[in-house]
Ligand binder design. Structure first.
Ligand SMILES: [Zn+2]
Length: 348
């Protein structure tokens, strides 16, 4: 079982593990149902499908009742879906999110139970004296101070990374990496990890990593670190399709979304011309300019969906470090705008 992931149709074993972790307080769970906009197995819905490639997952309440509830709208295709009439297949999913605080409490209890002297230097960074040896343990997902990932620091003492997600780490050093799940499942004891770290000694540099690069940055590309160089996203609109870095992020079918996007673009250009600050527009201002009556449903919801869709598409195709706010930036109090720090307009 992986941390921080949604499980579609989880089997009994997964559910048991999830329930167990929940009872320890290590994770939060959220069960939900969803339908897929264009799903080949939904035969009765096929005649109404707008975009046969739309795999938009639309959440549906477990007690959804077509007689009383509104139809479900796919905001990418702008179509209403009647899940009962169209006999839409419903899927069950379980979202698992980590409660880092609780897991770290558990981890520190394990440390405290050992016969060692340890100190917590920063959240997620521990210096430990084992007999006469110093060992550093770092939990990268919990450590926000990236200076601890600088090669020089990692090479002062034998160091191990205790991680929630081994796959996301790609350190340039031959560091000892231990999934925290191994400790929880008692595949390994913390005592063993400490002694193995000492045995391995100070981490070696990996042979094919450039030395110069190593001295300038800190090296562990965690999912949430921002790239040191400036991120530039080229925005282009051709034929009412919105592209970012040549990836189609909003398709032509999403006409309502595109209208909203154009309102933001217009404001962006106006501010650019006036050389003023880039203003946020509230959902009400956007709704007024489009003659829309329900700003929450018809403006905020599509905006949120666009943010999500853009981030997902860019992350999956470009594989770059994309944040939800990179193209459409939201500010709780002021509204939305195109993000002036990343967007670069490009001619067709
Ligand atoms: Zn759709």
């Amino acid at each position: 079982m992986k941390w921080d992931k949604s499980y579609d149709a989880p089997n009994k074993d997964y559910l048991e593990v999830a329930q167990y972790l929940l009872s320890c307080g290590f994770v939060n769970l959220r069960e939900y149902y969803f339908i897929i906009c264009a799903n080949d197995s939904d035969k009765s819905d096929l005649p109404y499908v707008v975009n046969p490639y739309c795999n938009n997952r639309l959440e549906i309440a477990s007690d959804y009742d077509e007689d009383y509830d509104n139809p479900i709208m796919c905001d990418l295709c702008e179509r209403d879906i009647f899940p009962d009439t169209y006999k839409k297949k419903r899927y069950y999913s379980l979202a698992v999110t980590i409660n880092h605080l609780k897991v770290m409490e558990w981890f520190e209890e394990q440390l405290a139970s050992l016969n060692v002297t340890w100190s917590k230097v920063k959240i997620g960074v521990y210096y430990i004296l084992v007999e006469k040896n110093f060992v550093n343990l770092i939990v990268p997902e919990c450590c926000s101070d990236k200076s601890y990932f600088a090669v020089d620091k990692l090479r002062t003492n034998p160091t191990a990374l205790i991680t929630f997600n081994k796959e996301s780490l790609n350190p340039p050093l031959d560091l000892y990496i231990v999934p925290i799940a191994d400790l929880m499942c008692k595949c390994k004891t913390l005592n063993e990890v400490l002694h193995e770290t000492i045995e391995k000694g100070v981490p070696e540099l990996l042979p094919n990593v450039s030395f110069q690069a190593l001295n300038c940055y800190s090296y562990i590309p965690l999912r949430k670190t921002t790239l040191p160089e400036k991120k530039i996203l080229r925005l282009k609109i051709i034929d009412n399709i919105i592209y970012v870095n040549d990836v189609e992020v909003i398709s032509k079918q999403a006409t309502a979304s595109i209208r909203i996007f154009r309102v933001l673009l217009k404001q962006f250009l106006r501010d650019f011309e006036a050389a003023e600050e880039y203003k946020f527009l509230s959902v009400i201002q956007i709704a007024d300019s489009l003659g829309i009556e329900d700003p929450e449903q018809q403006v905020r919801r599509p905006l949120n969906r666009m943010q999500q869709a853009i981030a997902e598409k860019l992350a999956s195709t470009l594989g770059v470090n994309i944040e939800r706010d990179d193209v459409i930036q939201a500010c709780n109090w002021s509204g939305y705008r195109l993000n002036p720090s990343t967007i670069n307009l490009s001619a067709n």
